[in-house]
Structures are given as C-alpha cells and as structure tokens.
Design a protein around this ligand. Sequence first.
Ligand code: NAD
Length: 468
Amino acid sequence: MKMLINGNLIDKNDKIAVLNPFNNEIVDHVPSGNGEDVKNAIYSANKAKKSIRDMSSRKLSRILYDIHQELKEKSSEISRLICLETGKPIRDSKVEMERSLQTLLMAAEESKRIYGETIPMDAAIAGKKVFGFTIKIPLGVVAAITPFNYPVNLAIHKIAPALAAKNSVVLKPSTQAPLAALKMVEIMDGHLPDGIINTITGSGNVLGDKIVTSEMVDKISFTGSVNTGLSIARKAGMKKLTLELGGNDPLIVLDDADLDAAVTAAVSGSYLNAGQVCIAVKRIILQEKIADQFAEELVSQTKKIKVGDPLDPETEMGPLINEKAAIHVERVVNDAVNNGAELLWGGSRKGAFYEATVIDHVQNEMELVQKETFGPVSPIIRVKDLDEAIKLANSTPYGLQAGIFTQNIEKAKKAVRQIEAGSVLINKQPTFRTDNMPFGGFKMSGIGKEGVKYAVEDMTRSKLVVIG
Ligand code: NAD
C-alpha cells in the first residue's frame, strides 16, 4: 500500500515489509517515508484546513455518514487485513471493525453537537451590560500517531473526532501494522477534499520527531507506549497533547466475590488479543481465602483457550505481534519463576506464539507485575485484605483502569475512592471499553481522555466573544 498526501497515493523505492506474525509471510509493503514526506503531508493538511473549517456541520456530518456506509461495505476486507498484519484472531478483528464503525457513527452524530456556552458576565462588577459567550473553533492540523494492537479503532478514535471538530489530519500508523488503517484512510479520502486527511508510513524514530516538532501541527494525539509518549511530551512544545499510554491494570478479587464471574473476567481480560491490550488484566490480586480455588479454576479455563491460525474462525488466541515480543514475555515469566513464583500452567514459547500462562505466588517487586508485560499471562499476587490489595494496585507507575470483584458495596466504594486509575470497574474486568465512555489513565498511563465526545472537545479550542 502507499502513503496518501494531498489526495495522491505516494510510493517510494525504499519500502518496509509488513509481516504476518503467524507465518512470517509478507502481507504487503509500505513506503519508508522520510522527513521530506512528513513535511509534505503536514503542509498539505495545513493548506487544506480552511476547506474543512468552512464546511457546514450539516455537510460534514453527512460526509462522515457516507464514509461509514462505504467502510461498512468493505469491512470484511479491512478485518482480514487486521488479522493478517497483527495476528489478531479473525473473530476479534471483526469485532474491532464493528467497534470502529460505531466510533465513526458517534463522531458523525457528535459533529452536530459542538456547543459553546453563555457566560454570566454581569456576575462581575465590570461585566454590567456586557454579553459574553464562547464558540468552539477547530485547532487546525491534528497529528495522530497510533500503535499496532488495535490499528483501526485507535486510529478512528483520533481521526473521526478530529474531522468532526473540523480539523485536517496527518496519520502515522504503526510500522508493524499499517495496512488496515491505510486502507481505511484511502476510503475516507474519497469523500473529503484533498489534503484533509494524509498518511505517512515508516519508522517511528525517523518520522516521529519531525511530526512532533513541526510548527504547523496544532495537536498531537498519541496512543502507544509510555517511553514513546514521554519522548513526545518532552519535544511537543506548546502543542495540545493527548497521550493514551500503557497500563498495568489490576483485577482485585475479594473473598466474598462471585468466583465464577471473577474467573471468567480474568480469562477474557488476560488473553484477549494474546494480552496485547492496554487495559488487559495484567495483575490478579486475590484475597488469600479464595486464592487456591480461584487459581485452580483459572488454570482449568486457561487450558480451554483455542490457539491457532488467526484466520480460522474458531481460533481464540493467535501469536504476539512478532517473535521479539514473545521472547520478552518469556524472559519476564522465567525471571519470576527463577525468583520463586510458581508456574501453574503454560510458560512456553514457539516463535511468536506464547502459551496462555498462569503464574502464582508472584511478588509485587517482580518485573512481571511492575512493568507492562503485554502478553497472555495471568500473574497472581495473594493478599490478606482489601487495604493491602489497594496498596498493591497503586504500587506501579501506571493508572489506566482497575477492576474489583466483591459483593460488599462499602468495599467497592472504598476501592473507587482509593485506587489511582482513570476508571474503576466493579464486578467487571478492567478490559472493558465502550467507545463513548471517557477513556484515559492517570500517572504514567497518560494525559487526557478519548471516547468520541471527549476527544471532540479536545480537538477544539474555546474562543470568548464579548459584546459591550
Ligand atoms: P509504540 O510506542 O512502540 O509505537 C506507537 C506509535 O509511535 C507507532 O506508530 C510508532 O511508529 C510511533 N513512534 C515510535 N517512536 C516514535 C517517536 N520517537 N516519536 C513519535 N512516534 C514514534 O507502541 P506499540 O508497541 O505500537 O503499542 C503498544 C503500546 O501501546 C503498549 O504500551 C500499550 O499499552 C499502548 N496502548 C495504549 C492504549 C491506550 O489507549 N491507553 C491503547 C493501545 C495501546
């Protein structure tokens, strides 16, 4: 596939192969863009921003509905690309595509609901006989930088609100999994004036700084790892920033919980997309009394996960994004075992595949639970009570989402008050997101919220109008 700049598909002699993590076959190539391409894409977005700024909200909303219609018709083709380039099982790739379509519809609706507010100017002495109100105006050019694990929905979560708020966009998709997003943008471009939406492909290190430091970019909306997010934050200067970064979400299960429901939640939260989800269950914190029973049931459910060819509709778990990622998971699990944790199930690797793994008696200081493992692992930490569970939940640099299973409302309320995370889910795994909810973490998990309405808000600025 090619880059898209100012309505033209751009190729390069220098290319990057996109590999299928299941069999290492080449799915396609993308151009290896350079600084000049970044400049051209940003210039084109800058030149085009007037044409979307001056478009009526009615027309823009209509265009977003039309894009939705065409993407819906082509959703099988795009789901297949997601599956091939990421190794995500086809059933989950289809779910991602369905969610992406919903996200887009929400933006089509939201584009007609961008309101300012009336200010009671006469509440201040100087404001007597003065009217004041705010209007929401577009920012201009939004740069969207996205990761590999949900390559379409996470791109749509930036592009659709940016367009709804009348901005032009430059997308830099993941280097490992750019194809489905490129396909989607090509379709969008067919409905929009040239230059409103542009894509550049290539190495993040090469292109990233050029995007982030450009004076023609008004906002950076980034989803990816903490390290990259920090590097962007240091270089972005006065640009608006949304950073959706890594997580290390705890699932706390107290001794009064519905154990069956909690085990089911742990299984779906730990192994969805082979654990490569920012809000995957990355730590299971169990109250001692129920820990043995929970662990036994968790192992029995884990054994049932169907692993295999991601294109097979029966497959529930595929490979990781590449062998390097699987080797990383193998290393942190082995380190934990070598330091006293007990492997209950799994623990072996074949190429990019890593087994769904349950590991008990994990110590809180271990890398497996202090950092983001990003693989299909359920590490169990045992605690004596809720206070200890909350203390551990808060003991890492992350704060994306957290889940607690308990039948006791007072304990649930205490967890809500004391856990430092962007969302606390009661009797639900943290691996849960609807595309309209305010989503975004505390601490090193990021800055700002996505979820269509909240992203639209962040894609505008307020201008105050005063009538004397
Ligand atoms: P990554 O940080 O390696 O890459 C993300 C994007 O940044 C890619 O497009 C990459 O090419 C680009 N990039 C790389 N170096 C850059 C630089 N110096 N400047 C600018 N851009 C640069 O992340 P990844 O491995 O693709 O994704 C996994 C990470 O994303 C995990 O940490 C996961 O938790 C996180 N994530 C967060 C959310 C969320 O909403 N909070 C959602 C999904 C994934």
